[in-house]
Design a protein around this ligand. Structure first.
Ligand SMILES: Nc1ncnc2c1ncn2[C@@H]1O[C@H](COP(=O)(O)OP(=O)(O)OP(=O)(O)O)[C@@H](O)[C@H]1O
Length: 240
């Protein structure tokens, strides 16, 4: 079995009152996997994603490794290119989606990791992908704050899925603001970008994997049906 892409070992996060939000949490994520995170509201699902993305300022203990190296060894900007966090409410960002895309592309181009990487090929165009999901290109020039929840969600997802070098996407309820039809479209294209697992190009949901995007996903959802469709594995944070 191939070594995992991501390893979380004995992660403990404390709340403001020093009681643990979760403790000694360990998980591994391998190529092609979609780990669904579920759990009651407030159980720490978003916090776990933010820890993995190195966006959490909480007191914490434990180790998180990407391809066997810590974020210190990678450097935080490189880590954040390899692991992209898509927040639940991207509309809180300043400026327009186009500004944001340009900033990310510039940052990505400056990082050594993408210069050295053989995968430094722009695999997917964010504007085209969002258009497939029903987002007109003119919306990219509007302020985030003027977009609907579903529009900003699809735009943020298309940016994350198109970043050259993002191996893991951390998706925080990525379709919570979408109607069921748009939600399925987004699910299908995200899953189709993943690589095959042990030579299998079609998994339980019948979606053909093309390996054109990220290598694995962690996906928060409150929907049991969505978890069933997208997940290859589930972790319930209410139990930690
Ligand atoms: N910046 C913060 N400062 C203080 N407490 C916080 C902060 N962010 C999160 N929390 C608290 O940590 C706990 C876990 O929050 P988190 O957002 O990780 O839960 P969740 O499982 O993702 O919830 P939901 O399903 O409602 O989105 C909650 O009690 C929340 O109030």
């Amino acid at each position: 079995m191939a070594s995992p892409i991501l390893e979380v070992e004995d992660l403990t996060v404390l709340r403001d009152n020093d009681s643990p939000l979760f403790s000694n949490l360990s998980l591994k994520l391998s190529q092609g996997e979609v780990l669904v995170l579920k759990g009651v509201s407030g159980s720490g699902k978003s916090t776990l994603l933010k820890c993995i993305a190195e966006l959490n300022l909480y007191e914490k203990g434990g180790n998180i490794k990407l391809y066997g190296k810590s974020s210190k060894e990678w450097d935080i900007p490189n880590w954040r290119i390899k692991i992209a966090y898509v927040p639940q409410r991207p509309s809180l960002l300043p400026g327009t989606p186009l500004d944001f895309l340009t900033t990310i592309q510039n940052l990505n181009a400056r990082q050594k990791i993408s210069k050295d990487s053989k995968e430094d090929v722009k695999r997917i165009d964010a504007l085209d992908l969002a258009q497939e999901w029903g987002i007109e290109k003119t919306l990219w020039r509007r302020d985030w704050g003027t977009l609907s929840g579903g529009e900003s969600q699809r735009i943020a997802l298309s940016i994350a899925a198109s970043i050259g070098g993002a191996d893991i996407l951390l998706l925080d309820e990525p379709t919570s603001a979408l109607d069921p039809e748009s939600s399925k479209k987004v699910e299908e294209s995200l899953l189709s970008m993943l690589p095959p697992v042990q030579g299998q190009t079609t998994l339980h949901n019948g979606i053909q994997r093309k390996g054109t995007g990220p290598k694995a996903l962690i996906w928060i959802t409150h929907s049991a049906e969505q978890a069933e469709r997208v997940g290859t594995r589930t972790l319930d944070l209410s139990r930690h």
